[in-house]
Design a protein around this ligand. Structure first.
Ligand code: AMP
Length: 272
């Protein structure tokens, strides 16, 4: 596998998977989607300090570069870009877009400045790598919408491919942060998906979303180690709050939950 991109022939289809490393099967599924569709697949590993609101979260973010490279190689990734902060931010102060409010809700409300930092880094990486396709996990659903919005506002011709959430056998959405959960916390964290799964659409159609959000919050908070930050039914394109569950509509349930000190996010699409 190359560690630079200088030998990639022009006009081939290149797929790009930006990551923060500590790779798991969720990341690898993105790589596999790219290798299926593209001639060349490039991953990046860069833990962007600017997108962390909590300095201790940044300092404790797992770094497993040697293992990451092995996993990427085994998955058929052709090159990995592991930039230094000086390479990224030298003479580059960021990229400005109109978020149309998407940066102020859900993750944006609890992590001020997070999405600006995400847009800054992804724009810079796109400008360096210049891929034809880029693969993003639906686990970070709001991020995916914002990256699509960014591309609508640039000249870049990059197609975004959303990829399904990969879960552990227990249902817990894979995340690099799961490595920091104890065995007992992991068991608690797996209840989050089980609670989402148990929503009976037939029973809640025509009901107020707020009531169901309250019930879900109560159930999650009754599990040891878990404390919700938000639980919100949203319209899937704008992430605006849903008021009623209307037959025929599609909504996405988005949530952020602390499991001990570790903040986890997850979501589930519901078609009524
Ligand atoms: P990260 O390293 O957390 O910045 O994630 C890099 C990419 O992997 C993002 O597009 C994430 O949405 C995606 N990703 C992370 N976890 C998962 C997962 N469990 N399933 C699918 N994609 C994921």
């Amino acid at each position: 596998m190359q560690e630079c991109m200088s030998n990639i022939p022009a006009r081939k289809k290149t797929g790009f998977v930006p990551t923060m490393g500590a790779l798991h099967a969720g990341h690898i599924s993105l790589i596999e989607s790219s290798t299926r569709e593209c001639d060349y697949t490039i991953a990046s590993i860069y833990v962007n300090p600017k997108q962390f609101n909590d300095p201790s979260d940044f300092l404790n973010y797992p770094v497993t570069i040697d293992n990451d490279i092995k996993l990427l190689e085994a998955a058929g990734c052709d090159a990995v870009f592991i930039p230094e902060t000086s390479e990224i931010y030298n003479n580059y102060s960021g990229y400005i877009i109109d978020y149309e409010g998407l940066d102020k809700i859900l993750e944006g409300a609890y992590r001020p400045g997070h999405f600006k930092a995400v847009v800054d880094i992804v724009y810079r990486l796109f400008d360096i790598v210049k891929p034809s396709f880029s693969y993003f996990g639906q686990k970070d659903y709001q991020q995916l919408l914002i990256i699509k919005k960014m591309l609508e506002q640039t000249e870049m011709k990059i197609t975004i491919r959303p990829c399904a959430i990969i879960r552990e056998e227990s249902g817990l959405a894979m995340s690099s942060r799961n490595m920091r959960l104890s065995v007992e916390e992991k068991e608690s964290a797996s209840q989050i998906f089980k609670i989402m799964e148990s929503i009976d659409k037939a029973k809640i159609v025509n009901q107020q979303a707020k009531l169901i959000e309250e019930k879900i919050t109560e159930r999650i908070n009754s599990v040891k180690h878990l404390k919700t930050e938000y639980v919100s039914f949203c319209e899937p394109n704008s992430l605006k709050p849903v008021i009623f569950f209307v037959k025929g509509s599609t909504v996405i349930l988005c949530l952020a939950v602390y499991c001990g000190k570790i903040r986890l996010i997850d979501n589930k699409v519901l078609v009524f």
